[in-house]
Design a protein around this ligand. Sequence first.
Ligand code: GLU
Length: 387
Amino acid sequence: MKLAQRVTQVPPSMTLAISAKAKAMKAEGIDVCSFSAGEPDFDTPEHIKEAAKKALDEGKTRYGPAAGEPKLREAIAAKLKEYNHLNYQPENIIVTNGGKFSLFNLMLTLIEAGDEVIIPVPYWVSYPEMVKLAGGTPILVPTEVSNGYKITPEQLRQATTEKSKLFVLNSPSNPTGMVYSPAEIRALAEVVVEKDLLVVSDEIYERILYDGAEHLSIGTVSPEVFARTIISNGFAKSYAMTGWRVGYAAAPLELIQGMTKIQGHSTSNVCTFAQYGAIAALEGTQEPVDIMLAAFSERRRFILDSIATIPHLSCPQPNGAFYVYIDIKETGIDPLEFCNILLDKYHVAAIPGIAFGSESEVRMSYATDLTSIQKGMERLAKFVASL
Ligand code: GLU
């Protein structure tokens, strides 16, 4: 069968493929330590599950508005105001099938042939593919480890052409875990206005910060930046709701109306009762978020200390998200091969940097229990020692 070129030009999502393989190996009874997908190992907090169950019992099982339940759009607008100091009305919000579809929908709504989208490297695996699927051209800008894998204002300026339409900013970052400081965000915002770009700020890891790191939402910098900003976020990472598929975008009205049209012809509304769980996540106690954060923090310390003891591996200190991005150049092995052997022979799943556009690194997610992390690190050390 001849498939459309749109689909043949993109590879499968490597984060999903490797984590599926690790899960299948576990199902076969193999003791796999998985550091692959960024998926919190915690169960969704009880009060969120209760709210969804109640919604089911109340018959919230029907079609809803394509842009989302009005109550959830209100709760998201209130959260953006209180937590991020961004002044959006509920009509500026669209509820999407995970944070992932907020980005994909945005690309479909905004990008067409000839448009360039600036993406710093390393990037989350799906950004460039989404741009390509929308018919646009990803412009990949390599960053330096010495600058914490962060794009500089000068690099952003240099990458801009008359075709540039959108800049993708992700802080805290997947895959590196690095966080742009408020001063760095302000400096990038200046270029966004100067070059008349739009910026999509993927803030899915905004709550997962360590060592006093601060998250500044770029839209707060000035009214000029706000008018050019699209916020992408979701419930998966902060509230351990990966399977619920509830995310959202906040943007100028025209864009949200366009995205609502796309949604009306594609996904329709996000699962209605899942949206009631999301309302409870925002309006209920935030204590579970703090508990998960404390656990991530302990795991981060452990994994960084372990890596420091393994010869030939190095990584900068990430201050957000739940990833370490390890430079394995000194081992002399290609990261793809490294990850293949690590999984097949040592039963440790990690993602090679190639998924994120870089050549000498491996990403490990520490959103997994401490016992698996301890075991996985011992196996990793053994593998590296065998080389
Ligand atoms: N975003 C997570 C990750 O990077 C989940 C998998 C995916 O959607 O790519 O691992």
